[in-house]
Ligand binder design. Structure first.
Ligand SMILES: Nc1nc2c(c(=O)[nH]1)N[C@H]1C(S)=C(S)[C@@H](COP(=O)(O)O)O[C@H]1N2
Ligand SMILES: [Mo]
Length: 223
């Protein structure tokens, strides 16, 4: 098994998210994803309807920027690229050339990806993990999964997606460990301002406290 540079395999799939001890947000009775931005109309997609769109399974590892990787996860959901081409492109404002996508979660978390990265073949709107509906810890009712990018791109509890023709403001612009805009794991694009290799030892010291704080949301990986 080969992992991207600076990553180690974690035992199972801990809840890596930056939320630490915060409980997962409550899921509304009939959750929707509100899709907007440079579109001629806002599209409100019922999460339940994802079951009726073309589906795919994806076996992939998941890489947290702090250096841990969960291996061999089985995701199920709707592939983002085909979804974009069939559902979003026809709604784009005339002449709009989309460059960035913003994903928003029910807990207020947001991530930004280059459209080019979001259209990678293995990016999914995932509502199932290892044969079960997504649980609260890992992003119920639906999350983005972009295995080629560090976990911070993969917004959980997805409730909004917006498409932009220019770079939106960075939500984390004041953070010394601001995320890299592309966050590609194989290129070790961990942070915007610091080289990936440099922060490895810092994270190594933080891993134990982070894991114990987030243990509540974790679960063992079935073999
Ligand atoms: N809505 C939401 N999505 C989120 C986060 C979060 O705090 N809230 N944390 C991100 C980070 S930093 C990581 S590493 C992954 C962790 O996914 P996991 O909690 O399923 O392990 O979720 C990402 N998506
Ligand atoms: Mo993370």
């Amino acid at each position: 098994m080969t992992l991207p540079p600076g990553q180690r395999a974690a035992d199972g799939f801990p809840r890596f998210g930056t939320h630490l001890h915060r409980p997962p947000p409550p899921v509304p009775a009939d959750p929707v994803i509100v899709i907007g931005g440079a579109l001629t109309e806002t599209l409100t997609l019922s999460v339940a309807d994802l079951a009726h769109l073309p589906r795919r399974e994806l076996r992939a590892d998941f890489h947290c920027v702090a250096g841990w990787s969960a291996t061999n996860l089985l995701w199920e959901g709707v592939a983002f690229g085909p979804f974009y081409r069939t559902r979003i492109e026809p709604l784009l404002r005339p002449g709009a050339r989309i460059s960035h996508v913003v994903f928003e979660g029910l807990d207020g978390y947001r991530s930004t990806a280059w459209l080019e990265d979001a259209l990678a073949e293995d990016v999914l709107l995932a509502d199932r993990l290892d044969g079960q509906p997504l649980d609260g810890g890992h992003g119920a009712p639906v999350r983005l999964v972009s295995p080629g990018q560090y976990g911070f791109v993969s917004t959980k509890h997805l409730c909004g997606i917006s498409f932009h023709a220019s770079k939106p403001p960075d939500f984390d612009r004041w953070s010394p460990i601001a995320g890299h805009p592309r966050a590609r794991v194989w290129l070790e694009e961990r942070h915007r301002h610091l080289p990936g290799r440099l922060v490895r030892p810092v994270y190594r010291g933080l891993i134990r406290p982070i894991r114990s704080l987030s243990a509540r949301g974790s679960r063992a990986k079935p073999e």
